[in-house]
Every structure is written in C-alpha cells, then in structure tokens.
Design a protein around this ligand. Structure first.
Ligand code: GLV
Length: 328
C-alpha cells in the first residue's frame, strides 16, 4: 500500500524526518526556505498532510488550491496561522502542540521578566561597549521581583506556570485576568487572585501577557492600556505579536511612561518595529520561549504523532477541530 504524502514545511530535527519516513512519503524542506504563499501552495499540491510551524499560513486560498489536503499538524501551541473555520469547512483537520512546552515557556517568561526588571541586557550592552568606568549608587538600578505584584493576562497552562513560579519561588502576590475565572483549587495552587483587566493594569508591578492571538485580542495592550500602568511597571509579551501595539509601546518606553518591557514576539515578525530597536529599556528576543532542545523535540514528535495517529486510525492526539473527524 502506498504511503500518504506529507509536506514538512520547514527544516526540522533529522530524526523526526526519519520517524515520519516510516509512515509517509515525506517531502521536506531541510534547507529551511521560508516559502511565500504561492510557493507553499505549489509545494502542498497533491499532499494529504502537512507538518507546519507557526509561520505557515493555512487559509481558504491555500485549501482551495490543495484539495488533497486532509490534516495540518502545527508544531506550536498557538495556531493563529490556521484559519480554523476555513479548515473545518474544507474538512481539513488542524492539530497543535500543547502541554509539552508549558514549563519551558513559563521558565522563559520568568527569565524575560527578570532580565527586563533587573536591566540585564541594557547593562550588558553598556559593559560590552567599554562604558563601565566606576561604581555608582544608581547604576542600572531596576525593580525588585521578590515581594512585588505579578500580573498575568491570560491564565491558561503557561500563565499558571508563571503564577506558580512567582508565588512559590519569589513570594510574589499574583493577580490575573482571563476570559474565564480558574476554579478555586487551581487558584489556590497558583496562589492567584482574579481581578478585572483595569485593576490588573493599574496594580501589577510586572505584567506578563500569555493570551492567545485572535482578531479580538489584537492590540489588547495599546496606548490607553499602557497609560493605566504604573510608571515603574514592567511589561512582558511572550504571547503573540499583535497583542501589543508595538508603536505605542515604543513611545511609552521612550517617554518612561512604563519602566521597561521584555518582548519575545512582535507585530509582523521577524520584522521588529524600528522604534523598539532604538529604545534602551526593552529586552528583545527572537520568539524563542519554547526553544530548548528537549522541548522542541517533544513538540516536533507531538506534531508527527498527530499525523501518524490521524492516518492510522483517525486518532490524532491534540485535534483543534475534531468535528472534522466524524465526517472523514
Ligand atoms: C510558540 O509561539 C507556540 O505557539 O508554540
């Protein structure tokens, strides 16, 4: 029996390609080209499955041009690169890669928060530039983390991981806002109190954004929200570009309306708003929150197992639109 044809849209661990080859006729991209939409469509034509990453947009146009496609397995927990409604309408299953990256990503959120509040990047640049000539009482004096108030916007699994680190590791008071309130046991475990978005913005010393991106979360943090934050506050975005209005944030940082920001994700990435590149009080990282070798391997394996489970017995591990399975 011939094996189903799948496209792996970006370069990935060679052992994952070998693993997939046991089950599929694999078309890979180990030179890691980033294909514009027209080229992605060309490559996807005739494929029954796709192993995608967060940068590969699957929308109605792609689906209409690739009628053989039955599943797209994203190697990311976020899936705003998928038009889920269009996929469901076309009978194409979507899967993502949750859970396996939760703790690694929460570690990174905390690392970025600490680097930002304690001005680690800024001070390192100063040192490397040969500008360190003497001790000064206020040199790179930042904000404390222990004992401060940690605000979390978006209290899914990663948000809860950050809350636990803050509450249990650093004695922080944790407040959060989310579409729905956690149940009492989870709140107690995370030592987190539910507040309105307004109270969150006004009260947090350090505000971490961990909510999913959708058109309704576009510019959740813009000029008006930044104006409500404390002038001493730190803002960290490990969620998605577009949740923060980057131009408004750069202006707020330049005018010291908030103290500092740490950003792992950007509007229109990998391009970064030029104003963010010139303000000193921001730590910038290239979307690496889940980037440890074991976690990236686990994410890739989960995406691969979603493809395998789907083609074997219609049992993908983490389907996003499972209604499609009933109709296939
Ligand atoms: C990374 O951003 C992910 O969604 O996994």
């Amino acid at each position: 029996m011939s094996k189903p044809k799948i496209l792996v849209a970006r370069a990935i661990f060679p052992e994952i390609i070998t693993y997939l080859e046991q089950h599929f006729e694999v078309y890979s991209n180990q030179t890691d080209e980033t294909w514009p939409k027209a080229q992605l469509i060309e490559k996807l034509k005739g494929m029954e499955g796709a192993f995608t990453t967060g940068g590969d947009r699957i929308d109605a146009e792609v689906l209409a041009a690739c009628p053989a496609l039955r599943i797209c397995a994203n190697m990311a927990v976020g899936y705003n690169n998928f038009d889920i409604d269009a996929m469901t309408a076309a009978g194409v299953l979507a899967t993502n890669a949750p859970d396996v990256l939760t703790e690694t990503t929460a570690d990174f959120g905390f690392a970025l928060l600490m680097a930002t509040a304690r001005r680690i990047s800024e001070s390192e640049h100063f040192l490397r530039a040969g500008k360190w000539s003497k001790w000064s009482f206020d040199m790179f004096a930042g904000a404390d983390i222990h004992g401060s108030t940690l605000g979390i916007l978006g209290m899914g699994r990663i948000g809860q991981g950050i809350a636990r680190r803050g509450a249990h590791g650093f004695g922080m008071r944790v407040i959060y806002h989310n579409r729905s309130r956690l149940d009492a046991n989870l709140e107690a475990e995370c030592k987190a109190s539910y507040v309105s978005k307004e109270v969150l913005l006004k009260t947090a010393d350090h505000l971490v954004l961990v909510l999913p991106y959708s058109p309704s979360s576009h510019h959740t943090i813009g000029a008006a929200e930044l104006a409500q934050m404390r002038p001493t506050a730190t803002l960290v975005n490990i969620a998605r570009g577009g949740i923060v209005d980057d131009a408004a944030l750069a202006a707020a940082l330049r005018e010291k309306r908030i103290a500092a920001a740490g950003l792992d994700v950007f509007e229109g990435e990998p391009k970064v708003h030029p104003d963010l590149l010139t303000v000193p009080n921001v730590v910038l990282t290239p979307h690496i929150a889940s980037a440890t070798v074991p976690t990236r391997l686990a994410m890739a394996r989960l995406a691969a197992n979603n493809l395998i489970g789907f083609f074997k017995d219609k049992k993908p591990l983490t389907p996003l639109n499972p209604a499609v399975l009933a109709t296939k």
